[in-house]
Design a protein around this ligand. Sequence first.
Ligand SMILES: NC(=O)c1ccc[n+]([C@@H]2O[C@H](COP(=O)([O-])OP(=O)(O)OC[C@H]3O[C@@H](n4cnc5c(N)ncnc54)[C@H](OP(=O)(O)O)[C@@H]3O)[C@@H](O)[C@H]2O)c1
Length: 327
Amino acid sequence: MSLAVHIRQHGGPEVLELVDVPVGEPGPGQVRIRHHAIGLNFIDVYHRSGLYPLTLPSGIGMEGAGVIEAVGEGVAHLQVGDRAAYASAPPGSYCAVRVMPAACVCKLPDAISFETGAAMMLKGLTAQYLLLKTRPVEGLQPGDHVLFHAAAGGVGLIACQWARALGLQLIATAGSEEKCQLALANGAAHAINYRMEDFVARVREITGGQGVKVVYDSVGQDTWDKSLDCLRPFGLMASFGNASGPVPAFSPALLGAKGSLYVTRQTLFTHIGERQATQAMADALFDVVASGQVKIHIAQRYPLQQVQQAHRDLEARQTTGSTILTL
Ligand SMILES: NC(=O)c1ccc[n+]([C@@H]2O[C@H](COP(=O)([O-])OP(=O)(O)OC[C@H]3O[C@@H](n4cnc5c(N)ncnc54)[C@H](OP(=O)(O)O)[C@@H]3O)[C@@H](O)[C@H]2O)c1
């Protein structure tokens, strides 16, 4: 049996229920992993609320780290006793032990702790594919400006540091003065408190009127329109989340009028659809973390039993960096 968090219906944090569930043996292509730490992500809020509907009842949580307890037939890259970490579907990482698909589970280098592993896999792989694989047609060169919203959050603080390592001038937005300072301390070249300042005007000022080559936008509804106004001609609007609500429908003609812009809506789960691609992305993440170029900030820890409070704080914009659930 395992302690786990399940939802029987979509709704607020109160639908997150602690339950005891049976855990069996792994089938072909699966492993059983005993968690040492679990990562909290904004996608868990979408799963809980029903913005991304689940078949109910369901487990919840997409990120964790622990020790492999059993390995199913056909799994060659993991052995019993391995330290491992993952970002992976299906939801269900909020638990002590689970059986899950092995494809996205990666061996964790000895130099990286379980807590760091749980705090970085989903967020770090996302920062990786955004900065290295989600690029404008004109490419990105050192010195180029990009705009990154919610830059003091989990994905954001990793992106600030990784962008600095790539030589990019990342313009951060964040919802308070303290969060702006945090983004700057982590490598952002500029920071804008978008609750107080007009970020379009500030971006134009910082870039000498030119605009940025890419906007990485996970805020969605509240920032979409203004984000388009921050782009230079042929710029890329890289939408990857909806923390403030989904992006409303828009006319493609708008993209022409604003400078022949490109729009993409990316999700990590396309990028980690194949085991080899997932491992290559994870290796790149392990390298930047092991080298110290990217530090994983775990700013909040909650016992699994306090998962409802963890969700409340994340949604209320009370958190910075990564949050983990402890066992
Ligand atoms: N597509 C993908 O592959 C992918 C993968 C991972 C994450 N994501 C997305 O990336 C974003 C960041 O994820 P995360 O887990 O690291 O979360 P996070 O950034 O730690 O938390 C979300 C942040 O969004 C900002 N925000 C702006 N408006 C908000 C609102 N109305 N309600 C709540 N928050 C608001 C807040 O920062 P401020 O107070 O500074 O505004 C908040 O701290 C999320 O939108 C997530 O869905 C997408």
